[in-house]
Design a protein around this ligand. Structure first.
Ligand SMILES: *Cc1c(COP(=O)(O)O)cnc(C)c1O
Length: 429
């Protein structure tokens, strides 16, 4: 697979290169030169396959020229060791539960596949993976890379702006995993990461790589579960399917659109955000005006400068899709609470991120359409909040219960690049 830098089209790289480098010159994102497409017959055949075999085929359509199918299969089987079940909510709405991996969020899919690819593509030199998290990326990346040789992980997160259990999940590992609580918001963390990548000397010394959703391997992995959803849904959902995606950095939505560009028969996507509504406002009036990031209860979506958005625009340009075919909406905290309660009355315990996607879906779904929203995190990750909203106790899954008892190992740091630089150079590398 050849990819180009969206900002500098003459920077062209292989998949092996893109996955190691993460991001291109001028912080441009890498984007596939060719967008593969399956025929209708191929799609039907794919939907009959099991998750692992099908996912290997889908990924091979992109990276088959660099890695034979059998090796892709092996990596996928190692990365996707857990299920992604579709669960019915009402007659015409279901959810795709993406939180059955080791860190209970959809980010396990992308992070674990990326770790597999880095090993498989021959990572000879030590590498430091520097990433910012608004909550769930950190955990997924930390667990995917924990204990691997020659890989150091540094994760920045906004202090006190992620849930206590989210923090426990990845800041208690130690070993090759270093976590840093930054005195600032998620956008400040993302900026620090960008500054580190701009620092040529630092990049060289540490062999810096990013595991953010900007890494193309993570996006490719996420395409696979959109096909899995379609395979599990009743046939009447084909062509009538509306998928609502709870969005922050817009990696998940990009992957969904890439699934559609491969030929998956999705009628429409809904870009669902919380009060950090840069994209919904942009889709409404064409003006890109990020506001200051607001802290909400759906903290993993507290992003006002979504870093994958240029890929959405690029994909639409390549496919001749109008941006205004994307549906959108934003939901505030009060409505999120109301919706979690409404869902509980339907017999489904949810959490703030998925609830936002559900709410917009149930508001916008037309007769004869079928709705699917992505369940991006396990409700127990937001235990305190969900318990207070519903007035009932939640059982902690085993992985969380075990971590909750351990103490935090994080460094603390002001949101200043000089502090980050100092910290990075002091780590083993
Ligand atoms: C990361 C995350 C999101 C946002 O996904 P993007 O791909 O960044 O848009 C939504 N929900 C949860 C629970 C997350 O962890």
């Amino acid at each position: 697979m050849k990819l180009y830098n969206i900002k500098e089209h003459n920077e062209q790289v292989s998949f092996a290169h893109a996955i190691k480098q993460g991001i291109g010159r001028q912080q441009g994102l890498f984007f596939p030169m060719a967008l593969p497409e399956f025929t209708l017959i191929e799609i039907e055949a794919l939907l009959k396959m099991d998750f692992i075999s099908r996912s290997a085929r889908i990924l091979s359509a992109y990276i088959g020229d660099e890695l034979p199918l059998a090796r892709v299969f092996k990596c996928v089987a190692a990365a996707f060791e857990f299920l992604a079940p579709v669960v019915s909510i009402s007659d015409d709405i279901a959810t795709l539960e993406l939180f059955h991996g080791p860190t209970l969020s959809f980010k396990d899919f992308g992070s674990r596949f990326m770790a597999q690819m880095l090993i498989e593509m021959g990572q000879e030199h030590p590498v430091t993976i520097l990433t910012a998290t608004s909550g769930d990326t950190g955990a997924a990346v930390a667990h995917a890379f924990y204990g691997l040789e020659n890989v150091y992980i540094v994760i920045l997160y906004p202090q006190r702006k992620i849930s206590p259990l989210q923090e426990k999940l990845f800041c208690t590992l130690g070993g090759n995993i270093h976590t840093v609580a930054v005195d600032g918001d998620f956008d400040a963390c993302q900026l620090l990461v960008k500054q580190a990548f701009d620092d040529k000397e630092l990049k060289q010394i540490l062999g810096l790589n990013s595991a953010n959703s900007i890494n193309i391997s993570r996006l490719l992995a996420q395409i696979c579960y959109y096909f899995e959803a379609m395979a599990q849904l009743p046939p009447r959902a084909r062509n009538q399917l509306v998928i609502s995606v709870p969005s922050g950095n817009f990696g998940n939505l990009t992957a969904g659109l890439m699934a559609k560009s491969l030929g998956l028969p999705v009628k429409r996507f809904i870009a669902a955000t919380n009060a950090n509504d840069t994209v919904p406002r942009f889709l409404r009036d064409g003006q890109w005006r990020p506001n200051t990031t607001i802290a909400t209860m759906s903290n993993a979506m507290d992003v006002s400068q979504p870093n994958n958005w240029p890929r959405v625009e690029e994909l639409c340009r390549c496919k001749n899709w109008q941006l205004n075919t994307l549906a959108y909406g934003c939901i505030d905290d009060a409505t999120t609470v109301e919706t979690i309660q409404e869902m509980a009355a339907l017999g489904y315990i949810s959490e703030p991120h998925a609830a936002i996607a559900y709410r917009l879906l149930r508001d916008q779904l037309q007769p004869s359409e079928f709705g699917l929203f992505l369940g991006t995190a396990h409700p127990a990750k937001f235990k305190e909040l969900v318990e207070s909203v519903l007035g009932q106790n939640l059982q902690l899954p085993q992985v969380l219960a075990a971590r909750a008892a351990l103490s935090l190992l994080s460094h603390r740091m002001p949101a200043q690049f000089s502090s980050l630089r100092e910290l990075l150079l002091a780590l083993p590398h």
